[in-house]
Design a protein around this ligand. Sequence first.
Ligand code: HEC
Ligand code: CU
Length: 488
Amino acid sequence: MKLRTKGASRLMAYRVFASTVFASTVLASPAWCASRDENAADKIIGEEKAILTDAPNVPPAIMRKNATKVVVHIEVKEVEGRLADGVSYTFWTFGGKVPGKFIRVREGDLIEMHLDNHPDNKMPHNIDLHAVNGPGGGAAASLTAPGHSSVFSFKATNPGLYVYHCATAPVAMHVANGMYGLILVEPKEGLPKVDREYYVMQSDFYTKGPNGEQGLQPFSMVKAIDERPDYVVFNGAVGSTTGDKALTGNVGETMRLYVGDGGPNLTSSFHVIGQIFDTVWAEGNMSTPTHNVQTTMVPAGGSAIADFKLTVPGTFILVDHSLTRAFNRGALAQLKVAGAEDKMIYSGKTDDLVYLPEGAGARVAEQPGRAAPAAKDKAERIKAGEGIFANNCAACHQPAGQGVADAFPPLAKSDYLKGGKARVIKAVTGGLEGKVTVNGKNYDGVMPAWDLPDEDIANVLTYVYNSWGNSGETVTPDDIKAGRAKAN
Ligand code: HEC
Ligand SMILES: [Cu+2]
């Protein structure tokens, strides 16, 4: 949809708007979109079968200049699939995947909706489309037992990006199991042309076992009611859109994300790290775009459309900016942009200088005066060390010490640890930077010096030495005292 900016049409727009307000009880719609009544009255010419896509793909833009009858067939399937590595889940789906098929129609179209409930399914299902004017958004008309198919139709009277979902009791359970998707009702003039469009939908999952517990996980109604999700994901699974499944683009292209939030509970603070949205149609509304947006809220059962231009290459990360959801629960996707650098827009790191503020050598402990309780034996050291590791080391070296390729070396089975305690104590107390080789791989990063009491460092290193297949040595506070790197 193009905003008409010329003075004359603005004025005309205002007149239409004003006359609507003063002359009748018809609700004013923005002058550049057709009104609900105009769309309702649009003549239906011909018939076509809807092109439906799985995320992250979006059906092609509609070039038609008239309203038509669009036939949509969606098959509900209950399928077991991957929720995270080693974790599977019985998803209830609109079309076999989570989120459901993307449906694209034009305002004024008549949609003939067929909901087919596969005979192997165990539950009845239905569909409530937020684009429908009618009780339950179509839910009552579409309640369908396994092995049956329901048909109803509706007129797409209001343009926008709408969520659809199952509304069969218990509704939250059907939604929590994956029953949601998006339907775009394009305005007659279409949306501004872009080079790439993608479909991204966030949702929250509630499993019986905690995040990461392996195997087939049943749904937990208790956690759902408490709004304590174990997983918050984009497009149905942790890592659905990362690595070789990342979204892609090229420098110079314009990109549009159709973002939905299926919930059932959480509102998304949707953000792309390292990008600014040039245009956002907040809440999927088509009449008042906003510009230059960093983070846009996508409510549960709501949507947003975000456009931006790709100006520099690199990997950009899509997140729910409620950040533990992103980094600890899974709400993280990637966009990989290829092309030439533009050092004016983004220089990259231009320099790495030594920064030694006055007094840096003194290294004040974070909690001055805090005396770590002394561990009585090796078992106590390991136990205390586990907590210290989780709080100080796991963020980089990872909870199971496996490290992160090219960034943080592993502590699990690390041959660096075999090189003797003295070197390790020096690295942890004095920091480590420059090239190091661990298990045959090179790292060139910086680890800060750890301002922890001798007791804590002894404990964390004893924990590291006694975990993940390492050599099992004990490190004592006396070792630390003797081996501390000299403050510079
Ligand atoms: C901010 C990220 C970060 C944190 C937190 C961190 N490290 Fe490191 N660590 C690194 C990096 C980066 C290197 C490699 C440095 C280099 O390339 O010169 C490293 C190297 C090491 C090494 C030597 C290489 C190896 O893999 O065996 C040890 C041992 C180590 N760290 C222990 C710890 C311990 C113990 C803690 C917690 C007290 C900790 N690190 C916390 C980033 C971190
Ligand atoms: Cu259902």
